[in-house]
Design a binder for this molecule. Sequence first.
Ligand SMILES: NC(=O)c1ccc[n+]([C@@H]2O[C@H](COP(=O)([O-])OP(=O)(O)OC[C@H]3O[C@@H](n4cnc5c(N)ncnc54)[C@H](O)[C@@H]3O)[C@@H](O)[C@H]2O)c1
Length: 374
Amino acid sequence: MAVGTVLITGARDSGTGYIGSFTSLALLEHGYDVVIVDNLYNSSKVALDRIELLCGRRPAFYEVDITDEAALNDVFAKHPAIDSVIHFAALKAVGESSEIPLEYYRVNVGGSIALLQAMSKNNVTNIVFSSSATVYGDATRFPNMIPIPEHCPIGPTNTYGRTKSMIEDVITDHVTAQRNNLQKAGKPFEQWNGALLRYFNPCGAHPSGIMGEDPQGIPFNLLPLLGQVATGKREKLLVFGDDYESRDGTAIRDYIHVVDLAKGHLVALNYLREKKPGVKAWNLGSGRGSTVFEMVKAFSAVVGRDLAYEVVPRRTGDVLDLTANPTRANEELKWKTEMPMEKACEDLWRWVSNNPQGYRQDPPAELIAAIKKA
Ligand SMILES: NC(=O)c1ccc[n+]([C@@H]2O[C@H](COP(=O)([O-])OP(=O)(O)OC[C@H]3O[C@@H](n4cnc5c(N)ncnc54)[C@H](O)[C@@H]3O)[C@@H](O)[C@H]2O)c1
């Protein structure tokens, strides 16, 4: 029998829903049943075969828009065993968020409200939410806040970050109200819980080389861009600013392997279901900061040649340093990253070099054979 049944929003199995697909795999590998909803916005129509190839199990899938409360109610009604949700579905491009802010608030904030309404109606009471280190904004504006602890004041510097911080507040207020109202009515209330997971910089791919990020259009993150330079899809990397107060002048980020990140969701979900803590925020990061030039060097080493880059002016809204203090997750969730950014570079290269068309091609037969053998 399954350990539990979880609804995952924004994880069209392999190919799309980058972090959601790895989290689905981690949950299936640990005995959960998984039901996915996604509107295929950032998705390709790839079958569920790769997750099934890797773990021998298949999630259920429904094409649903996260803002459609009635459709979410239907999914919950079809799967009464669902008691928890891991919520990824969102628009996530920082630059675009300042061009079409209403769409970002509608999908990200409005979608989360529709989800919480449907959860409440169907007595689904645990929510794990994909938040972001972006909610902290420029933590160097305060003394002693690098590496960033969870008590660092929130202060996002862009629309995308503001949607994330707003959703954190919506979840906190709703879970608190549900607990208070049930307690006042003399009913059990501790089943209502929320985890606000503030990710630092997710990257990397599955070590098997058959699952990874497959950005539709221009990628937003450093490693997928470097992958495109290495495969010849892009001439060079643009480095936004080398005049920051860092060891080499480029901005510092905390890169976290997507397989470690997926495990972070599993342990946070288990924590909510076992400890029933109400709402809690956890940083998911490694605690190690790397500059852009250090990442270029590490990825070039894996590829075996220097990759072209050009330094251009800083981008507005970018901050000097987003490095996590992950102590709370280390201690409370007994979770820490196991794979350094060098391993993420290695796995990303195996993915992009073997699958130049991403999910629009079959993976090489020798990689499939290696999985079957293992
Ligand atoms: N990748 C990062 O660097 C990063 C960092 C911090 C937080 N996050 C957050 O993690 C989550 C997952 O990020 P990802 O990198 O896997 O992104 P992704 O774009 O690969 O996944 C998001 C998924 O949501 C789906 N989606 C979008 N709009 C939808 C809608 N209206 N209804 C239903 N589904 C919809 C997309 O089709 C996609 O499958 C997002 O909430 C993102 O904001 C990502």
